[in-house]
Design a protein around this ligand. Structure first.
Ligand code: UDP
Ligand code: MG
Length: 319
């Protein structure tokens, strides 16, 4: 191609934005989502969009709805997993199958405002950022217990992992190809996307948005699932728990020695026995806890060593 032809070619070529949507039992939310997002992206200057829907083993009619979108709209592609592999796996699959110059993750329940897509693209294109992400400013519409637990978790993870994973910094973000490729380079089985985004670096601009309740359907996160997710996050990005375990272990050993010596020196005989029993029980409990911390790391390593696929696709459409 000569220079003039190349310039004309470039001028005529629009960017492609891949909109990646993890979906798990979202039959109630999808119609409103599809309408709202197609509406929000119809007049983005300089860019076309494609949808990469990932049905994460839904048990409702999500897969049928996605198939009908892909038959009706050439911009819609979908993957259907053979079972539920989790949101992290769905996001990874979406990114692997996205061909866009820019990729954005967005939830199917309209809790991530589609109007921001245009602003995100604009920020990356004109302000020189690699990534533009939504920063959820509040947690209205969420139960107080979940808010408290989530805030505490982000406080702990921020200190323990030394990565920028604050409260409100979620998965709703658009990134350029360089950052998307870097995220794809991290092929670990135990995936924790918020940590991965922070780990790969790149310049990110945060755009605040208000939390809204999901349009339809229900959250897929029980407190138990959230706790597991939180533990995965900490164990995937920090070995601090095992170091903390060691330090507390030493402190307890020291406390046990002091208690033992003072109980011997007190000369009150019986008074010392309950103390010793307490110490034995306490120290055993702490030992079990720390063994479980080490066990958790070993089990993660065990799962990684199997090199199992992160997800399995049952069906694809629109590609
Ligand atoms: N999701 C998924 N797989 C799962 C759980 C959730 O793909 O195992 C999707 C879900 O369909 C939604 C997004 O992840 O698009 C966020 O889930 P949800 O709204 O339940 O989470 P919350 O907003 O309550 O944190
Ligand atoms: Mg949601």
């Amino acid at each position: 191609m000569n220079n003039t032809a190349e310039i004309i070619y470039k001028e005529n070529t629009k960017d492609l934005i891949s909109i990646i949507v993890p979906c798990y039992n979202e039959e109630k939310a999808l119609p409103a989502f599809y309408r709202a997002v197609t509406d929000a992206v119809k007049d983005i200057d300089g860019a076309d969009c494609e949808f990469i829907f990932v049905d994460d083993g839904s048990k409702d009619s999500t897969s049928k709805i996605l198939e009908s979108y892909s038959n009706m709209d050439p911009r819609c592609r979908y993957l259907s997993f053979s079972r539920n592999f989790g949101k992290e796996a769905a996001m990874y699959a979406g990114l692997q199958n996205a061909s866009g110059d820019y990729c954005v993750f967005i939830d199917a329940d309209l809790q991530h405002p589609p109007e921001l897509l245009k602003d995100m693209y604009h920020v990356i294109k004109t302000e020189g950022y690699d990534c533009c992400a939504g920063l959820r400013e509040d947690r209205s519409g969420e139960s107080p217990l979940r808010t408290f637990l989530s805030r505490s978790f982000y406080h702990v993870i921020g200190r323990v992992c030394r990565l920028d994973m604050g409260d409100g910094k979620g998965d709703f973000r658009m990134m350029n190809r360089a950052m998307a490729d870097s995220v794809l380079e991290l092929k670990e089985y135990n995936r924790y996307m918020k940590g991965i985004f922070s780990f790969v670096g790149f310049e990110t601009k945060w755009i605040p948005f208000h939390n809204v309740e999901r349009t339809a359907g229900e959250t897929k996160w029980s407190l138990r699932a959230l706790f597991r997710y939180a533990m995965d996050g900490i164990l995937s990005f920090s070995t601090a728990p095992s170091a903390i375990a060691g330090t507390i272990g030493m402190l307890l050993l020291f406390a046990a020695m002091v208690a033992g010596i003072s109980s011997l020196l007190s000369g009150h005989g019986l008074i010392g026995i309950p103390l010793v029993i307490c110490l034995i029980l306490g120290l055993n409990g702490v030992q079990m806890l720390f063994l479980s911390v080490l066990g958790q790391y070993m089990s993660k390593e065990y799962m990684e060593s199997k090199r199992r696929p992160i997800y399995i696709v049952k069906k694809k459409g629109g590609f």
